[in-house]
Design a binder for this molecule. Structure first.
Ligand SMILES: Cc1ncc(COP(=O)(O)O)c(C=O)c1O
Length: 401
């Protein structure tokens, strides 16, 4: 076999944890709390069938032609109004770029600003698949610990005395993996620090619309007075991830460069997907659909929280997210969640061990539990299994001590 001579940027791209999770999800007999999938049962299949059928039956040659990289005009216009009304983000249409999912938005933003060795501050833990992007740009990480109010911005401030990140990446609302949100005070402080220390903020917000209770928090973008926030949105968790439609909002100089970068990558996001999303929104389906899926997700979240209280031993602590798709559990220090996963899989249950989400060696006793893509009955059953295993492992450590 000849050597591949891969580029340096590929070295950090392999991600065994995600691959293994995807393999687990393929097995129908597994109760999986592992993925970050929205519930397929909640997809608006009937509406999409009708809308897509209508689009296809009236299809014009124009839809089949190459189209502007920025995106489908009507969808951009809709988004400008939606962001203003729902998120208090006042944005001109030329500040919006349609992307093939927010994953692409994140990749393009990193491509624009990060050279090898540039410093990137991240919440620690953070979104697993963002590492694939960050590693491919060979960044140097500045990990910032989190608590129950999100990223510890005071620790970022301390770090800024000796470090100079170009970008701070945050999933500020219903974070993946913890489900926690950055509180309002820290949001203000983060923006203040961005001005003072001249860095950009990438606000990745695919879960912001999935709120089940509590007060709405202002997006960083809505508080941004100096154009420092690059905002990433997505229809993946609100309508359907398979359509691959997301968007990026940034001040015009950045948005224009993002458009040029996207042109080189995929020319534009699928016209058909953009039109389906637009028609769904234009028909007024989005808000009722969000209300419907939020009701379902709230039920599932509550089922998981109740099951955690019923079956997990008192030594385990977990988050109580007001929205999003994840709960984060913290096991006693001497319980390794990777070992727990192996035992759980042999009893038909999966989750993601915590250390996959960290820069550096942490999180071995933590776990991410997704509640969106499993029925309430199976959530109860699966959490019971994991709870039993944790109790067994705690007993074993007591006996061997
Ligand atoms: C924090 C975060 N960002 C981005 C994405 C990617 O979403 P999309 O399907 O819009 O590319 C996800 C998906 O799980 C996510 O959790």
């Amino acid at each position: 076999m000849t050597e591949l001579h891969l580029s340096k940027r590929v070295e950090g791209m392999y991600n065994p944890a995600t691959r293994d999770i995807m393999k687990l999800l393929e097995k129908p007999e597994i109760i999986s709390f592992a993925g970050g999938f929205p519930s397929a049962d909640g997809f608006p299949v009937t509406e999409i069938k009708l809308l897509a059928g209508d689009i296809l039956s009236h299809i014009e040659a124009e839809t089949l032609q190459y189209s502007p990289t920025k995106g489908y005009r009507a969808l951009i216009k809709f988004l400008a109004g939606w962001l203003q009304k729902g998120k208090n983000i006042h944005t001109a249409e030329d500040e919006i770029q349609i992307t093939s999912g927010s994953q692409q938005g994140l990749d393009l933003a990193c491509k624009l600003f990060l050279d090898e060795g540039d410093q990137l501050a991240v919440e620690n833990p953070t979104y697993l698949s963002a590492f694939q992007i960050f590693n491919s740009y060979q960044v140097s990480y500045l990990p910032i610990p989190c608590d129950e109010r999100g990223m510890q911005v005071d620790l970022l401030e301390t770090a800024l005395a000796t470090h100079k990140p170009k970008i701070v990446y945050t999933v500020a609302t219903f974070q993946n993996p913890t489900g926690i949100s950055l509180n309002a005070e820290r949001r203000e402080k983060l923006l203040y620090l961005a001005d003072k220390h001249d860095f950009l903020i990438i606000e990745d917000n695919p879960y912001g619309e999935l709120r089940y209770d509590g007060e709405e928090l202002p997006t960083l973008k809505s508080l941004d007075k100096s154009g420092r926030v690059i905002y990433l949105g997505s229809f993946s968790k609100t309508i359907a991830p398979g359509l691959r439609v997301g968007y990026l909002v940034a001040r015009p100089e950045i948005a224009d460069k993002i458009t040029i970068a996207k042109q080189a990558v995929d020319v534009h996001t699928s016209n058909l997907s953009q039109q389906i999303i637009y028609e769904f929104c234009r028909h007024g389906y989005l808000e009722p659909h969000l209300n419907k899926i939020c009701r379902e997700y709230r039920k599932k979240r509550d089922t998981m929280l109740n099951a955690l209280s019923a079956y997990f031993p008192a030594e385990v602590k977990w988050t109580h997210p007001e929205g999003g798709l994840f709960i984060w559990a913290q096991l006693p220090a001497n319980i390794d969640s990777t070992e727990l996963l192996q035992k759980a899989v042999s009893r038909g249950v999966a989750f993601v061990p915590g250390n996959s989400f960290f820069v550096g060696n942490s999180g071995y006793n933590a776990m991410r539990l997704n509640f969106s893509n499993t029925s309430p009955e199976l959530i109860d059953k699966g959490i019971n299994v994991i709870g039993q295993l944790i109790k067994e492992m705690i007993n074993e450590t007591i006996l061997s001590a």
